[in-house]
Write a protein that binds this ligand. Structure first.
Ligand SMILES: Cc1cc2nc3c(=O)[nH]c(=O)nc-3n(C[C@H](O)[C@H](O)[C@H](O)COP(=O)(O)OP(=O)(O)OC[C@H]3O[C@@H](n4cnc5c(N)ncnc54)[C@H](O)[C@@H]3O)c2cc1C
Length: 448
């Protein structure tokens, strides 16, 4: 499989761009050959939904995995799926809805806020969903995987076999080799329909009260926060909770976005004015009752951003940064308040703000991001030094609170921040395949 020079590859935040040599293997054998090819460094690349540089390998090679798109087996009696690593979650959802697959009795145990990610990408970032308090991270449901290394070996890894390499590969940021295929346990559900509630809250204390109440009986919980609110209203927003319900709800959502943003606007559409207008309108959408209740399909609940393909271009040619950190539960109310105060004071931010509680189910990966506590995620249009200063401040607050930042969303964290958030980084380094590397790995000192 010969590699060809790429035009360029961008992180999802579109603020990092790099040239690569690209291979697109169509079979596991060809992919294993790419992993073992002589030459410089290489890295797997799935659907490119990571915001910064974990899926970029500037001046090196990328092995695009979408050609590894075969379903190998699904057992409707046990819910166990075998599939190649380039299969997208959207494609898994479409298969699970078929009558021969149990017609809606099985669902992905964990899904991030977009269904356009590959199984391999979901493993390598050990992704989490709005149901983290119920099911933990993605890696907890991976029963085994086949990993191609640069020495030509294909190693089967599981909690029982090559367990060290398995733990390093879950959340291993693609640095331990190329995942060819995996075995994943699906989750039993009553049906594909979803019962969903939205509830307005007026302050951060309101958020924490709703989170504590809802995690007992709702599968999915997360809140939108008005990042411009200050004073008594700091942290106000809308809490969303949902649970699986009997019935189909609606047809499974399509495996490609319904609409696409036609072009990149010359300037960011997200600015102080549009943000203020959006936040005010969004808060009013629940009317005077301040709540709504509905039963329907899961697409609106789990994947609101997937409705428009290429929405990331709304931020214009300079792109955007995402901040996502998690802080331990004891200090979370005070630390989240400090982060929100800092953001409101800066006047930067975007409508895309998510606050969510992580439960205490441990992640199996050495470098997994999810840990018990509260996670705050939000986008910032890239405006140069002002934005970088704000991100550095948010990073410092998170580190001081003994929290950590999410590599999949990050484009700026320092090597010191990474080491402090991921104490297993030293032990992880032993498992890195010497021929694999990424922009992120070099930035945080995992690779020279
Ligand atoms: C709108 C949106 C919402 C999101 N919401 C969430 C969320 O709620 N929770 C969450 O956790 N994340 C979330 N994310 C981030 C996203 O889930 C992760 O970045 C995911 O890993 C992307 O998968 P991908 O297939 O696009 O992989 P890429 O972004 O292409 O790659 C990600 C990493 O996986 C590695 N990799 C990919 N394939 C393989 C393979 N076959 N073998 C070895 N390594 C591989 C790459 O080297 C890279 O390190 C969101 C992203 C977007 C755009």
């Amino acid at each position: 499989m010969s590699a060809v020079p790429s035009r360029d590859h961008l992180g999802w935040g579109r603020n990092l761009r790099a040239e690569h040599r690209v291979s697109r293997p169509a079979t596991p054998q060809a992919a294993a050959a790419c992993a073992a090819a002589p030459g410089g460094t290489r890295l797997a690349h799935g659907l490119g939904r990571s915001y910064g540089d974990v899926a970029l390998n500037p001046d090196g090679a990328l092995i695009e995995t979408r050609g590894l798109d075969r379903f190998l087996r699904f057992d409707p009696a046990t819910g166990i799926l075998d599939a190649e690593a380039g299969v997208a979650l959207a494609e898994v959802l479409a298969v699970l809805a078929r009558p021969e697959a149990g017609g809606g009795g099985w669902f992905l145990p964990v899904t991030p806020g977009t269904r356009f990610v590959t199984l391999g990408g979901a493993v390598a970032n050990d992704v989490h969903g709005k149901n983290h308090h119920r099911t933990g991270s993605f890696g907890r449901h991976v029963l085994s995987l086949d990993l191609a290394r640069s020495d030509g070996r294909v190693m089967t890894c599981s909690p029982q076999e090559n367990a060290g390499l398995f733990a390093a590969t879950i959340g291993g940021l693609g640095l331990t080799g190329l995942i060819l295929r995996l075995r994943l346990a699906m989750m039993r559900v009553e049906g594909l329909a979803m019962e969903a509630e939205d509830i307005a809250f007026g302050s951060l204390a309101g958020y924490f009260a709703l989170a504590a109440e809802s995690e007992q009986s709702w599968d999915y919980t997360a809140a939108w926060v008005d990042c411009l609110a200050t004073g008594e209203a700091l942290g106000r927003g809308i809490f969303s909770r949902a649970r699986h319900a009997a019935g189909q709800g609606a047809a499974p959502p399509p495996t490609a976005p319904r609409r696409r943003l036609p072009a990149t606007p010359p300037l960011s559409m997200v600015n102080g004015l549009s943000l203020r207008a959006f936040n005010a309108a969004y808060r009013r959408r629940l009317g005077s009752s301040g709540r709504s209740h509905a039963v329907g399909g899961y697409e609106k609940v789990l994947y609101p951003l997937d409705a428009i393909g290429g929405w990331n271009r709304l931020y214009g040619p300079r792109g955007f940064h995402q901040f996502q950190g998690v802080v331990p539960p004891a200090d979370a109310p005070a630390v989240v308040a400090e982060l929100l105060r800092e953001i409101a004071r800066s006047g930067q931010g975007s409508p895309l703000v998510v606050l969510k509680g992580f439960g205490d189910l441990p992640s199996p990966g050495m470098l997994s991001f999810p840990r018990e506590g509260t996670t705050l995620a939000l986008d910032f249009p890239a405006r140069g030094p002002d934005t970088l200063r704000l991100l550095a401040r948010l990073e410092a607050i998170t580190v001081e609170a003994r929290g950590r930042l999410y590599p999949a969303k990050d484009s700026v964290m320092t090597a010191e921040t990474f080491r402090s958030g991921y104490p297993a980084a030293g032990a992880f380094a032993e498992w890195i395949d010497p021929a694999f590397s990424s922009g992120f790995a070099r930035r945080v000192g995992l690779r020279p």
